[in-house]
Design a protein around this ligand. Structure first.
Ligand code: ZN
Length: 206
């Protein structure tokens, strides 16, 4: 964390397309990570797309602050206490892309009514709250349901996966319809980050 600037440079040098920024408030999830001041500093050192994943209890309160601090995409949880449609509208009104996340226990169908208003759906492939967890295979069916509903509606919505994504788990989620892959432990533990990133991008069409 103390080398955040040089680690971000490393991501850029190794062909990473976006930086996924996990904000945890100690209420929506037990863990606490970082927030607005850190995002502001990150924005100053990089032009990379900043994908801000809010694991916080009442995200609508902070939408404009995260947008002003440099977020390109703001993702919040359906399970949070904020009104879903109002929060999507608040994000869009800041000129930022809106994404809706669901935890592993939340059914795919719960996001269907919001699809026309969204840029991305995040299907959590582990329980949100901390890094380094194992992928939950039951989430594959959910990815498939979300992707097929998006196709039925003829929409251009990304499907993102987050948690336990590596070269072993990526083929199945890609086949199910995910096209944005969040990966932390796998990339940072790799001897060759560029090669590891490429292994996730193989056969990607989006
Ligand atoms: Zn995340």
């Amino acid at each position: 964390m103390l080398r955040l600037g040089s680690e971000i440079k490393k991501l850029e040098d190794n062909g990473i397309d976006m930086l996924h920024f996990d904000v945890m408030d100690g209420i929506f999830v037990n863990n606490i990570t970082f927030g607005l001041p850190v995002l502001k500093q990150v924005r100053k050192v990089t032009d990379i797309t900043l994908d801000v994943h809010l694991m916080i209890a009442d995200p609508i309160k902070y939408v404009s602050s995260f947008a002003e601090s440099g977020a390109d995409i703001i993702c919040f949880h359906l399970e949070s206490s904020s009104d879903t449609l109002e929060t999507i509208r608040a994000i869009k009104s800041c000129g930022v892309k809106a994404a809706l996340a669901i935890k592993p226990a939340t059914p795919a169908e719960s996001v269907f009514e919001y699809l026309p208003y969204l840029d991305m759906v995040l299907v959590m492939t582990v329980e949100p709250g901390f890094g380094g967890q194992s992928f939950i295979p039951e989430t594959i069916d959910k990815i498939r349901k979300v992707r097929s509903r998006i196709s039925e509606l003829g929409l251009d919505v990304d499907v993102e996966v987050d948690g336990g994504i590596n070269d072993k788990t990526s083929p199945a989620v890609r086949e199910a319809g995910a096209n944005v892959f969040v990966s932390g432990s796998y990339l940072f533990a790799a001897d060759n980050m560029a090669q590891a990133a490429n292994s996730l991008k193989e056969d990607m069409t989006c």
